[in-house]
Design a protein around this ligand. Sequence first.
Ligand SMILES: Cc1cc2nc3c(=O)[nH]c(=O)nc-3n(C[C@H](O)[C@H](O)[C@H](O)COP(=O)(O)O)c2cc1C
Length: 307
Amino acid sequence: MISFCGIALAHPIVNGSGTFDAIAARRAFGDALLDDFPFAAFVSKTVTLAPRQGNPPPRLWELGAGMINSIGLPNKGLAGFVAEDLPRLAELRVPLIVNVMGSTPEEVARLVAAFAERDEVAALELNVSCPNVKTGLLMGADPGETAALLDAVRPRSDKPLIVKLTPNCASPAAVAAAAEAHGADAVSLVNTLRGMAIHPRRTGEPWLGGSTGGVSGPAIRAVALAQVREVRERVRLPIVGMGGVQRGRHARDLLDAGADIVAVGTESFRDPRAGARVAAELEEMGANSGIAGTPLPTGRRRISQRA
Ligand SMILES: Cc1cc2nc3c(=O)[nH]c(=O)nc-3n(C[C@H](O)[C@H](O)[C@H](O)COP(=O)(O)O)c2cc1C
């Protein structure tokens, strides 16, 4: 067992929001899914106040090393999620983390407040990859915006608040520092990197219905490593590291770069058991290599070791 923000986890692997549909998986695999859930905690897809349709199709473009999605955060909205999804997700035998997003700090505060007294919910993840409709600035791209968001949200709940950082900004580390100074309990990174694909038959036209989308998978693994390391150098908060994890080695690298736990995202589309597999590979590596507790040669000190 490990502890993350006071939440007991059986191992350090969780899912990336929006990349594993636990309700659909339960329909497909039945109660066997509950007995042998691939992740140590379940992170919901982003929930918004009002229902959203998402972006027009096409919504996916496959890359040589990952994909671009422009799903556009379709969801039932807060009321639909609480009435229909929350009771089902509460049946999972792992802690539940609900991911929320709003277009103003007040909207996010309302979402956070709605889960404050819900015992089924262990923590909240704030998806800040959204413009503040009042200022036009991305809430997670500007340290001042992030500070204002935390100031609005923090008083509304005692539950751990995890700020999901966007890589599409000048300095995720500066945003993480603002989140830490204004009461966040953890940060998670990376969200997808903005990208686009050109239609193969219509010159110059975007392929995706949303025009641009988010790049994920192995293509972004090196970016994730660099950003996790940079954030670790700025903050003491626990970090959920993610981006292109396919194997235990990739999770190990993120942990060594400074993450406390790791999320598996795109890989779950190829292998729904990826979370459990990565956790097992990681454990085997630890047992076989003596990595845990072994000092690394000078110059390669694990930067996750804090003063
Ligand atoms: C199809 C898809 C849907 C996603 N939906 C969400 C979402 O609803 N909320 C969110 O915060 N991140 C969402 N993400 C981002 C992932 O949680 C994760 O941050 C990102 O994909 C990087 O990890 P990976 O390379 O392992 O996929 C989504 C990613 C994909 C590929």
